[in-house]
Design a protein around this ligand. Structure first.
Ligand code: HEC
Length: 509
């Protein structure tokens, strides 16, 4: 008996000396066989945008959108500033965005950074390379590429491929033609040598362009069989997950996701578009993505792990053996942690991800005090904290949703659940002249979108997307929801009225 107690104490002291004293346990995910512990690793951060694992120092380095590169010690949980990048232009979604840490066995180690700058009123997206020393110093910045930027749609993520080339996913800089123009470097996946030159074996000789037709890629990762995956924000519909092949055209802005081309013109029939392997309508705003190859959590082996902003969740996308299809999708932490921005897997099979609750578009109830945070998922023997069960995602089954549900799916990410919007960014729909006003004008806004209007003395930078893909009954349900709620008292629309407005607009489809 006493021997047993001694043995128990001995084992206990070994385990407790390994466990890190300042772990804050949030909960345990029950996967049946495995249990996965969710802990908080760091807090009080300011919109961390990209996480990278440093193999030399066994720590995490991360970017914050305003221009900081910081380092998280995984043992002590101490966070230190490595460098403030000097010329970052930060406003709304612009700033210091994606990065990639390159630590080859031989040769210099580099940190590649993507960030926006502003000169003479023009915004640019820049790809920089810093030398990253063994002591985590950042030295000798070198500008590798500078392309057009905008107040939004600047992407971006960077990875070092298995072929030791850089892949840079660039945004379309909110332009209508960049993504389809093979001479423009926006709305593309670019393939680049680590010194900034064009690889001799690129698919188009003397061009960085590797694949095109993208709107705003936020996630980029590579699987075991060299397949590159991206996650991308659609406009009002069809967020996408794509499997990237050289020279393929992913269609933006001519087509959205799995929908047919917007204009049925002959010149489009000559083009071949590559459809996404998964798309989401209503949109979820997919962000960072990591491929899970670890054996620690066998249930997740050969899956993509995706953070989402709008749907405030972490998703596990199980891949088929060949990595070319998604066979299952599970949703974790729905509405528990807020907006999630970036995710990585560490060599030991742990997963790290971060929140983005202090960014330009906070969701209801966020930011919480001490946001933003970095979290860890690691295999555990004993459950602790709250019990978290993954929810299996089911694709929208086509049944008609209520005006309130439709508003939550399509409008509330900008105008907010209470209709009050964000002052200066998204107009309030509360007690609104337009919402209460002439029916045809209101239907026009919904069906065609709106831009560059001055509303109550405010000029809006962002534009309102077109929702002409909605069925007549759905459009009527949304309009009636906003006209009779949010302190508005407008008369309601019939489905026939909507049909009429569509005919007048030539939107009859
Ligand atoms: C991506 C963000 C976004 C989404 C999603 C969005 N809107 Fe808007 N909306 C805007 C912006 C920005 C404006 C102002 C546009 C401008 O004039 O430049 C606007 C303007 C409006 C206006 C005019 C307000 C006024 O006082 O003149 C109405 C009405 C409106 N939106 C309704 C909706 C409805 C209904 C939905 C959902 C079907 C929706 N919006 C979805 C961004 C959005």
């Amino acid at each position: 008996m006493t021997q047993r107690i001694v043995l128990f104490l001995f084992i206990y002291s070994i385990i407790s000396s390994c466990s890190r004293s300042s772990d804050i346990v949030i909960g345990t995910i029950d996967l049946g066989e495995s249990k996965v512990l969710l802990t908080q690793e760091a807090d009080s951060l300011n919109v961390p945008w990209d996480l990278q694992y440093d193999r030399t120092n066994k720590c995490i380095i991360f970017s914050e959108i305003a221009g900081n590169i910081r380092k998280l010690n995984l043992e002590t949980k101490e966070v230190v500033l490595l460098k403030k990048i000097p010329d970052v232009f930060q406003q709304r979604s612009t700033g210091l965005l994606g990065m990639a840490l390159y630590q080859p066995k031989r040769g210099a180690h580099y940190l590649f950074l993507s960030y926006t700058t502003k000169q003479n009123d023009k915004i640019y997206s820049n790809l920089y390379r810093y030398i990253y020393t063994e002591k985590s110093e950042l030295k000798n910045p070198k500008l590798l590429l500078r392309i057009a930027g905008n107040t939004g749609h600047n992407g971006s993520r960077i990875i070092i491929g298995h072929d030791q080339k850089l892949y840079w996913a660039t945004g379309d800089a909110a332009s209508d033609h960049f993504a389809q123009d093979s001479a423009s470097l926006n709305g593309k996946i670019l393939r680049i040598n680590t010194d900034g030159s064009i690889p001799a074996d690129n698919p188009i000789s003397n061009s960085y362009v590797y694949a095109w037709g993208f709107r705003n890629i936020q996630g980029l990762t590579q699987g075991w069989s060299d397949i590159i995956y991206t996650s991308e924000h659609g406009d009002a519909i069809e967020d996408e997950l794509n499997l990237i092949r050289p020279l393929c055209n992913y269609g933006w802005p001519l087509i959205e996701g799995r929908y047919p081309p917007k204009n049925d013109i002959d010149s489009l029939k000559q083009l071949t578009f590559t459809p996404p392997v998964r798309s989401w309508t209503p949109v979820i705003a997919p962000s960072g993505m990591a491929y899970y190859r670890g054996n620690r959590i066998p249930e997740w082996r050969n899956s993509l792990i995706l953070t989402t902003l709008k749907s405030q969740s972490l998703r596990i996308l199980k891949l088929s053996e060949d990595g070319r299809k998604i066979t299952d999708e599970y949703i974790l932490f729905k509405d528990l942690l807020g907006r999630l921005r970036s995710v990585i897997t560490a060599p030991n099979g742990d997963i790290y991800f971060c929140s983005s609750n202090r960014d330009w578009n906070p969701q209801k109830g966020f930011p919480k005090p001490n946001d933003d945070r970095i979290y860890r998922l690691s295999k555990t023997g004993e459950a602790a904290g709250k019990l978290i069960r993954p929810i299996k995602a089911v694709e929208a089954d086509g049944h008609l949703l209520s005006g309130k549900q439709l508003y939550a799916s399509y409008c509330s990410s900008c105008h907010k659940a209470d209709g009050k919007g964000i002052p200066g960014t998204f107009p309030s729909l509360e007690n609104s002249k337009t919402v209460n006003g002439e029916k045809r004008a209101l239907a026009d806004i919904l069906l065609n979108g709106l831009k560059e209007k001055t509303i109550n003395g405010v000029k809006y930078d962002a534009s309102m997307p077109s929702f002409d893909f909605l069925k007549d009954e759905e459009a009527a349900a949304i309009l009636n929801y906003i006209r009779t709620g949010f302190n508005n008292q407008g008369s309601t629309f019939s489905i026939n009225e909507l049909k009429q407005y569509r005919k007048i607009n030539g939107n009859n489809k």
